[in-house]
Design a protein around this ligand. Structure first.
Ligand SMILES: *[C@@H]1O[C@H](CO)[C@@H](O)[C@H](O)[C@H]1NC(C)=O
Ligand SMILES: *[C@@H]1O[C@H](CO)[C@@H](O)[C@H](O)[C@H]1NC(C)=O
Ligand SMILES: *[C@@H]1O[C@H](CO)[C@@H](O)[C@H](O)[C@H]1NC(C)=O
Ligand SMILES: *[C@@H]1O[C@H](CO)[C@@H](O)[C@H](O)[C@H]1NC(C)=O
Ligand SMILES: *[C@@H]1O[C@H](CO)[C@@H](O)[C@H](O)[C@H]1NC(C)=O
Ligand SMILES: *[C@@H]1O[C@H](CO)[C@@H](O)[C@H](O)[C@H]1NC(C)=O
Ligand SMILES: *[C@@H]1O[C@H](CO)[C@@H](O)[C@H](O)[C@H]1NC(C)=O
Ligand SMILES: *[C@@H]1O[C@H](CO)[C@@H](O)[C@H](O)[C@H]1NC(C)=O
Ligand SMILES: *[C@@H]1O[C@H](CO)[C@@H](O)[C@H](O)[C@H]1NC(C)=O
Ligand SMILES: *[C@@H]1O[C@H](CO)[C@@H](O)[C@H](O)[C@H]1NC(C)=O
Ligand SMILES: *[C@@H]1O[C@H](CO)[C@@H](O)[C@H](O)[C@H]1NC(C)=O
Ligand SMILES: *[C@@H]1O[C@H](CO)[C@@H](O)[C@H](O)[C@H]1NC(C)=O
Length: 419
């Protein structure tokens, strides 16, 4: 929920799930065998980064699902738009996915595209119309599924979304109407879900009945909006001081299962990027002056990698400074890491045992980054396997370098490497 202020981002033993294979939702209750046949290895593909991370750059053979992002909601219930996400590329994306037996999905909404979900599902008339908008879109582009990334039902996201106290219930009614539609009944439907179950949710199992699974976005937990430095994507936080328990994979999975969504219908949303902070060297270390502190104060947010901008204007018209985001490739590009993903010379490094995520610090520039690497992705993969989660979804495919992160989480989760 702390991602309210984040910018620009709005996120086995495996057999390749064939793009044309439909797994009945009820089968997911059969944990033992479901883990073998229906594990999910997925990433979002950001259309606006296609110039730099092309469709040919995608490691299709390591995925079961790829999610083209984003189709934004519009003031008209009859329209969703790929404006800003390279609409012309989507047909080629779908065709390449099909060639590779990967399910082709599109994510609707996102951090910047959720403005009008609320009105689109606010009445029965609009829900009927929005079902048609979605199913028409699916048929035009020959999609296998839709990911609903509403950030967030019943809560403000970017700052200018329409929000209603009835959002969560209306969303459920809409999804039920979509499932009752002959086209909608046959789709893979997922949500990109916040750390905390939807505002006012009363029966999560009703959502579990309509979604194949949900991707819990266990990132953007600490960043430029936070009171101190902290882990971007903590695996755990129940081991942290109370004030530092701002969310994690462990607490989010606990909250969603408590709300009624079975573990095997939860995929872990993971981040192929880190968040940076300007930290004075006198404050960057624990008392012994060698170990990096996990929650030091910071002065400002530096410019991240080449995908960040010094000034960002959002869809609400609000102007802000840099996001401070460093993609994993960007950390290599900017000299924090060697090309094999390990800390470069003169870069201080710490692996925080509670969040199970790494930090680096460049003493000469004062830039500290909390991020994910191979070790933390193996830990997240093991957590997925040990807790019978459905798999993972990585924001974003293009953030990785040389598949260092993708290979690590697949290894941790037990995907067979038949590639
Ligand atoms: C950053 O600037 C580029 C070039 O002006 C623009 O295409 C991109 O959308 C901007 N990114 C963000 C996050 O605003
Ligand atoms: C259901 O989906 C499968 C696979 O995508 C497809 O082959 C089939 O034609 C679809 N059925 C309907 C009724 O759309
Ligand atoms: C799980 O799958 C096995 C093998 O397909 C089947 O025999 C069993 O009945 C299933 N269990 C449930 C609870 O669906
Ligand atoms: C699960 O599948 C495996 C391999 O197909 C089979 O040997 C095993 O008996 C199944 N287990 C259950 C509990 O159905
Ligand atoms: C994409 O592929 C091209 C050609 O193989 C390569 O030169 C480029 O570095 C790749 N880009 C990324 C972001 O992986
Ligand atoms: C239904 O959608 C239209 C736009 O297509 C919007 O003007 C109207 O306010 C929506 N209805 C509700 C109850 O929000
Ligand atoms: C759909 O919405 C987009 C963005 O608001 C707009 O550019 C486009 O013209 C709309 N298309 C239709 C058919 O209304
Ligand atoms: C596409 O989005 C940009 C802002 O992201 C906006 O300036 C432009 O008007 C939009 N184009 C259409 C056709 O809606
Ligand atoms: C896709 O699946 C078909 C049928 O199962 C198989 O013949 C083909 O080799 C597969 N293609 C790839 C790229 O895995
Ligand atoms: C919520 O739904 C109820 C029942 O349909 C309706 O009476 C109420 O006006 C709605 N509230 C809002 C804020 O839209
Ligand atoms: C999270 O931390 C708690 C408390 O220290 C610990 O009991 C639990 O095993 C940890 N879970 C994981 C997945 O690391
Ligand atoms: C992205 O690609 C464009 C066009 O290929 C290139 O001009 C630009 O420098 C690239 N940006 C980054 C951040 O690599």
């Amino acid at each position: 929920m702390l991602s309210f202020l984040s910018l620009g981002l709005l996120a086995v033993p495996a057999v390749h799930a064939s793009g044309s294979t439909f797994f009945a939702r009820d089968d997911s209750a059969n944990a033992t065998n479901a883990t073998i046949v229906d594990m999910v290895s997925s990433s979002w593909y950001a259309g606006w980064h296609a110039d730099n991370f092309t469709l040919q750059n995608v490691s299709w053979d390591k995925y079961t699902h790829l999610i083209y992002s984003f189709a934004a909601t519009t003031p008209l219930v009859s329209n969703i738009t790929l404006n800003g996400s390279d609409a012309d590329l989507l047909p080629q994306f779908v065709s390449m996915a099909k060639q590779n037996n990967v399910s082709a999905m599109v994510s609707v909404g996102g951090w910047a595209g959720s403005q009008y979900f609320s009105t689109n599902v606010a009445s029965e008339e609009n829900r009927t119309a929005f079902v048609k908008t979605i199913t028409d879109f699916v048929q035009i582009y020959e999609l296998d599924g839709i990911d609903f990334d509403w950030e967030y039902p019943g809560n403000q996201g970017i700052g200018c979304n329409v929000v209603s106290a009835n959002d969560t219930n209306n969303f459920l009614s809409f999804l039920q109407a979509l499932r009752a539609d002959p086209v909608g009944s046959n789709l893979t439907l997922t949500a990109s879900a916040p750390l905390k179950p939807y505002e006012g949710i009363t029966n999560g199992s009703a959502f579990a009945d309509v979604f194949d699974w949900i991707n819990v976005m266990a990132y953007d937990v600490w960043g430029s909006w936070s009171p101190s430095v902290g882990p971007n994507a903590p695996l755990n936080d129940t081991c942290a001081l109370l004030a530092d328990q701002q969310g994690s994979a462990v607490s989010a999975v606990a909250a969603w299962t408590e709300a009624g969504v079975p573990a095997h219908q939860i995929a872990l949303g993971v981040a192929s990027y880190g968040r940076s902070f300007l930290v004075e060297s006198a404050l960057a270390y624990l008392e012994d002056n060698t170990v990096l502190a996990a929650f030091p104060p910071f002065n400002s947010t530096p410019l991240g990698d080449a995908w960040d901008n010094a000034t960002n204007t959002d869809v609400c018209g609000n102007i802000s400074g840099p996001s401070g985001v460093f993609d994993f490739w960007g950390m290599i590009d900017e000299g924090f890491l060697f090309a094999n993903g390990t800390p470069a010379a003169a870069i201080d490094y710490r692996y925080d045992e509670c969040s199970q995520t790494p930090y680096v610090y460049n003493k000469s520039t004062g830039v500290m980054i909390s991020y994910d690497n191979a070790e933390s992705f193996i830990a997240k993969g093991s957590y997925i396997a040990n807790n019978n989660l459905r798999g993972f979804a990585m924001w974003e495919a293009g953030g990785d370098y040389d598949d260092i992160l993708l290979d690590a989480i697949r290894q941790g989760a037990g995907f067979e490497d038949d590639c």
